[in-house]
Design a binder for this molecule. Structure first.
Ligand SMILES: Cc1cc2nc3c(=O)[nH]c(=O)nc-3n(C[C@H](O)[C@H](O)[C@H](O)COP(=O)(O)OP(=O)(O)OC[C@H]3O[C@@H](n4cnc5c(N)ncnc54)[C@H](O)[C@@H]3O)c2cc1C
Length: 388
């Protein structure tokens, strides 16, 4: 393994590989990416629902989406890897007056930034997603350029092209310490020895806090378990009455969501009482709560069978916004953390922005809402409301 590098990236998920790719595109190739697992993309990245949307509640996240989705649209040509991107839209269903009010303001913001979002009545929503029961839906929003992409394709695309440009990727190596001298990063300690470096990127997803602690920086990211279930057609069912397209439907007030997956349906829902944990064991006793909501919104699920399920970790920041840029108080440590359950879709732009910051370019992006010091030096900001 190399004993020194200009930049060491900790973590081989969508964030670490995106930073590696964008650094390499800027000509910085003395870069080592370290992943403790034997494969890349097996953390949160490998467990996510693949959803990609413009519909967020604050300006900065919408801008991340606009840039990221544009790159995902060009991905095969520019990065050189297929990502199975279906832009069949995201449909948010709103069943409380409070949500309707929140979304009205946010649709205006999204439109002001150039995003083509439609405001719909419940009946229009049902027409977009066959099989959906729209009872109790007061309104809905739809953006046809939102969609579903393959997280593994994006991660491997970034990784392979970064490697082709000269970046070193080491798997099966764990970072166990970060040495600082005079308040600046000096070296990374790993299970295979020391790498001297003046620049470290913390791309450790739900484990970001522990990497920060190694360097003496507070990175307030908590791991929160989220489940995904896959429904297949049940015995005697010829076919499930589910949308033929890959439209993503989100019942905002319950956080239940689904999209087509093969011939079946992928669905999930947030657990309101989940506390921080690194345990990714599937809690089957949570399924009945999800099914209660699921069969109301998608009656076809009552006859389906659950073929499998998995759990992964959201990497939650205190306000639902990412932490992107230099760490607070440790020179040479850069953070790309806390994406709070929507990081896959923001990895293209976030990696580009951080690569610009590291190489001393103007990122052309106001990073104030994502700054690491916001939690200690400023009052509570708006944060992100569309955390599902
Ligand atoms: C169930 C679920 C559904 C989701 N759905 C969506 C969605 O639809 N759309 C969306 O945009 N996002 C979604 N997300 C969120 C998204 O998956 C994450 O925001 C994103 O994957 C974070 O990427 P990452 O690279 O930061 O983290 P990870 O993919 O977790 O990568 C971090 C890597 O760091 C490695 N690592 C950690 N510590 C060390 C160490 N000490 N040494 C070396 N390596 C280390 C880990 O092994 C891991 O591979 C979902 C998440 C979950 C759990």
């Amino acid at each position: 393994m190399k004993r020194s590098a200009d930049v060491v990236i900790v973590g081989g998920g969508c964030m670490g590989t995106s930073v590696a790719y964008h650094l390499a595109r800027r000509g910085m190739t003395d870069v080592v990416l370290l992943e403790r697992e034997k494969m890349l993309g097996t953390g949160s990245t490998g467990r996510n629902a693949g959803g990609v949307r413009h519909q967020f509640s604050n300006d900065a996240n919408i801008r991340l989406s606009i840039e990221s989705i544009a790159l995902l649209e060009r991905f095969a040509d520019e990065v050189g890897h297929p990502i199975d991107f279906h832009q069949d839209g995201y449909l948010f269903l709103l069943s409380s007056e409070a949500s309707v009010e929140t979304f009205r303001g946010n649709v205006a913001l999204q439109r002001a930034l150039g995003v083509d979002v439609r405001w719909l009545e419940g009946a229009d929503a049902a027409a977009l997603a066959p099989g959906l029961n729209a009872d109790g839906i007061l309104a809905a929003t739809f953006c046809g350029r939102d969609g579903i992409a393959d997280p593994n394709g994006v991660t491997m695309g970034f990784a392979k092209t970064a490697q082709a440009l000269g970046v070193t990727i080491e798997r099966d190596v764990e970072v166990v310490g970060i040495t600082t001298k005079g308040g600046r990063v000096a070296a990374v300690e790993t299970t295979r020895g020391t790498i001297e470096t003046r620049t470290v990127v913390n791309a450790a997803g739900p484990y970001a806090r522990s990497i920060g602690t190694m360097a003496g920086a507070d990175v307030p990211v908590d791991p929160i378990r989220r489940h995904i279930f896959i429904a297949a057609k049940g015995p005697g069912q010829d076919a499930m009455n589910v949308p033929a397209s890959h439209i993503m439907v989100i019942d905002f007030d319950t956080t239940f969501y689904f999209h087509r997956e093969g011939a079946g349906l992928l669905f999930g829902m947030g657990e309101r009482h989940e506390t921080p944990t690194f345990d990714t064991t599937v809690q089957w006793d949570f399924l009945p709560q999800v099914i209660d909501v699921a069969v109301t919104r998608m009656p076809a699920l009552a006859d389906a069978s659950i073929s499998h399920a998995w759990a992964g970790l959201y990497e939650m920041s205190p306000d639902g916004n990412p932490i992107l840029g230099p760490a607070d108080g440790v020179d040479g440590l850069f953070l790309i953390n806390g994406f709070s359950g929507h990081g896959f879709q923001h990895s293209p732009a976030a990696g580009r922005i951080l690569a610009d910051v590291i190489t001393g370019r103007d990122p052309n992006f106001d990073l104030t809402p994502f700054a690491a010091d916001r939690f200690v030096r400023r009052g509570a900001a708006a944060g992100e409301r569309y955390v599902v």
